[in-house]
Design a protein around this ligand. Structure first.
Ligand code: MBD
Ligand code: FE
Length: 291
């Protein structure tokens, strides 16, 4: 690699590294498990888009927004595109409201937002499974285990637990430069009683990238850019509605102050020592609604 190429690679910001990949994924529509296909009728467009625009217009009127501020807003929106941060911005500041609408009609375990860092095509493992990790993967060893059942208690044989989370320094594989591809991500198939057991490392609290427009806007408003430590999960079983959820940790300083407003009291784990070194364990069952 030439000197120029090295310096170019190093000058690419964390925000652009994470954002451009998330944008490619969102553009491809890979997360089709929750989208039934586009197309809305004219009345729906007029109602929803009209309400969204009126919200912004009333912010302008009520706060006497100036041309200087309007032009800064334009530049900010352009930089959200330039850095590929639309998925990050939308999932941090708006997805939780969409998830609340969806949750109104979903039975079974409590869900929360997907976020921008899910990846398709990860390692397929059978339970009990150890997530792909480096030989010297840092962090507290952690076991997450439980059973996947239907709302009537029937065990769901062969349910799948798609799991992804940051490493103990708060970096996501596939989006940050440091962890190798596939690190701390997998789709784990439960046994014939729906039991799953996953060996991993405890994740760390996380700030959204601070060098991009979403983080810059957050800091400019004096808001916290932190998410509490969390484990993302997609729990699926044939004939059942996919559960999109996250699990958090008791005592996390950022609980209740999640920049993505995605933490819920029902989703908090309290891992206990197993007696095996500093390893901890949490048990968590998932209940899926029949489709
Ligand atoms: C994350 O890790 C995340 O889960 C969400 C929803 C938004 C930003 C970063
Ligand atoms: Fe996350």
């Amino acid at each position: 690699m030439t000197t120029t190429e090295t310096s170019t690679a190093q000058s690419v910001s964390d925000a652009v590294t994470a954002g451009s990949h998330a944008t490619d994924i969102a553009r491809s529509g890979a997360a089709t498990f929750r989208t039934a296909g586009g197309g809305a009728d004219e009345a729906r467009v007029a109602t929803v888009v009209g309400a969204a625009l009126e919200g912004i217009r009333s912010a302008i009127r009520d706060n006497k927004v100036t041309y200087e501020e309007f032009d800064a807003f334009k530049r900010w929106l352009i930089s959200v595109s330039d850095t590929g941060e639309w998925p990050l911005f939308l999932d941090v500041y708006l997805e939780f409201e969409v998830e609340k609408v969806a949750a109104d009609t979903q039975q079974g375990s409590v869900g929360t937002i997907l976020g921008p860092f899910w990846l398709d095509g990860q390692a397929q493992l059978d339970s009990p499974a150890t997530l792909p990790m480096r030989d010297d993967e840092p962090g507290t060893p952690m076991i997450l285990a439980g059973q996947v059942t239907a709302t009537d208690g029937t065990p769901l044989a062969g349910a799948k637990v798609d799991i992804w989370h940051t490493d103990s320094e708060g970096w996501y594989s596939g989006f940050a430069a440091k962890p190798p591809a596939g690190n701390l991500r997998a789709v784990v198939t439960a046994d014939d009683q729906g039991h799953y057991e996953i060996h991993t490392r405890k994740p760390a609290p996380y700030t959204i990238p601070l060098d991009g427009p979403t983080g810059q806007m957050t800091l400019a408003a004096g808001w916290s850019p932190w998410r509490p430590a969390h484990i993302h999960l997609l729990v699926t079983a044939p004939g059942h509605r996919t559960l999109t959820t996250q699990l958090f940790f008791t005592g996390d300083p950022y609980l209740g102050n999640d920049v993505a407003s995605a933490d819920k009291p029902e989703l908090t784990l309290d891992p206990q020592p197993t007696g095996n070194g500093d390893e901890v364990r949490s048990d968590r069952d998932f209940v899926l609604e029949a489709e």
